[in-house]
Design a protein around this ligand. Structure first.
Ligand code: SF4
Length: 364
């Protein structure tokens, strides 16, 4: 299946571009007070290692806003300042070096205040994300019982976009986050047909780890498969690196990016005669260690490795994988490029796979 992306405007955010034909950028957010420079930088550096492309920080007061310049000097990826209620903080964050700002139309809505922010954003070539959230929709839409939740978000976003456009400002990114998967899908689908600004995908308050991952994967999977979305954040009540890991899984499962080795494994059943779960966990852990040892440089070569419990589906999966093992009793048959190359025992399977994987990675 070929996914045709919605055409969106290209927007520069610091040293990267989003929208147009640019890769879908993975975002996350620092989860420590921004004014705590050391902790914030440490968290962002870990996010960089994990493959995060853009990071957002909360700006709650002037101290946070001023910390941006110090943080920026220590990180490589673009930084977005998240602003609520106080337009002056947006101006301060821009002057402090933020690469993009997020404004919430639910709490910064006065024309004169927006005009001041736009003026600074234009002077410093900083784009603005119109960041709607179902928990803080502008009052005139929030209490309109005739409008469905998705319509409220879309109408509020279009109003705000019009306000920015009337000020001749079009460096805009849009997000419409709900905690409901169906409302999120409906809102993004509609806005994608109503404007050509890049869309930042996400759910809000998606929930604790497992639930949040599944809800995010379903919502973003639907939207991305329809070509909607230029950047995304998987919001989780979890460590920020996990948000990036899940975003990578979502994108790679839709063929929207390659983030290193992909492990395909069978779920195991009554035919399985080896401990598939143990083998796959060991493989995953060793790959993570190798990644860390490589100095945090991600091992980005997209190698597909299949670990299959028996010969029912093993040879078939091996045809589609760069490397595969189909297990029988205690030992397995190792495949490379669809061809069986040798038998390996279950205890040496992981190291044998890694040996072949490293040969593929070092091939020019
Ligand atoms: S590949 Fe074999 S062992 Fe694995 S789930 Fe399928 S039938 Fe069971």
């Amino acid at each position: 299946m070929i996914i045709k992306r919605h055409k969106t405007k290209e927007i520069q955010i610091g040293n990267i571009k989003i929208g147009g034909n640019n890769p879908i950028a993975i975002q996350s957010m620092a989860k420590v007070p921004t004014k705590d420079y050391r902790k914030t930088v440490l968290q962002i550096k870990n996010l960089e290692k994990e493959g995060c492309s853009i990071v957002r920080v909360a700006v709650r007061d002037e101290e946070d806003a001023h910390a941006i310049s110090q943080i920026k000097s220590a990180i490589r990826i673009p930084l977005v300042a998240d602003i609520h209620f106080n337009w002056k903080l947006a101006v301060c964050a821009i002057k402090s070096g933020a690469d993009k700002i997020r404004l919430n139309p639910g709490n910064i809505y006065k024309r004169q205040e927006i005009k001041e922010v736009v003026s600074a954003a234009r002077d410093y070539s900083v784009p603005i994300r119109v960041g709607l959230n179902s928990g803080s929709i502008p009052k005139i839409f929030r209490y309109n019982i005739k409008l469905k939740p998705a319509r409220k978000l879309v109408k509020a976003a279009l109003d705000y976009i019009k306000l920015l456009e009337d000020l001749n400002f079009t460096d805009i990114v849009v997000s419409l986050k709900c905690s409901s998967v169906l409302d999120t899908v409906e809102a993004y689908r509609e806005i994608a047909h109503r404007c050509n600004y890049p869309l930042h995908l996400g759910l809000t308050a998606s929930g604790f780890s497992e639930a949040g991952k599944i809800k995010s994967a379903v919502a973003m999977g639907i939207l991305l498969s329809q070509g909607i979305g230029d950047t995304l954040r998987v919001s989780l009540t979890d460590e920020p690196e996990e948000e990036v890991r899940i975003a990578k899984y979502i994108l790679s499962s839709l063929g929207r990016g390659s983030f290193g080795p992909e492990i395909i494994s069978c779920p195991a059943c009554g035919r399985t005669e080896v401990d598939i779960e143990k083998i796959v966990n060991e493989l995953q852990q060793k790959l993570s260690t190798l990644n860390r040892l490589s100095g945090g440089e991600r091992l980005t070569r997209p190698v597909r490795m299949a670990v299959m419990g028996c010969v029912v589906n093993g040879p078939g999966e091996a045809e589609d994988a760069d490397l595969a093992i189909a297990f029988g009793k205690k030992q397995g048959l190792l495949y490379k490029n669809s061809k069986p190359i040798r038998k390996v025992s279950s205890s040496e399977a992981v190291d044998e796979l890694l040996k072949e994987w490293s040969k593929i990675c070092t091939r020019s």
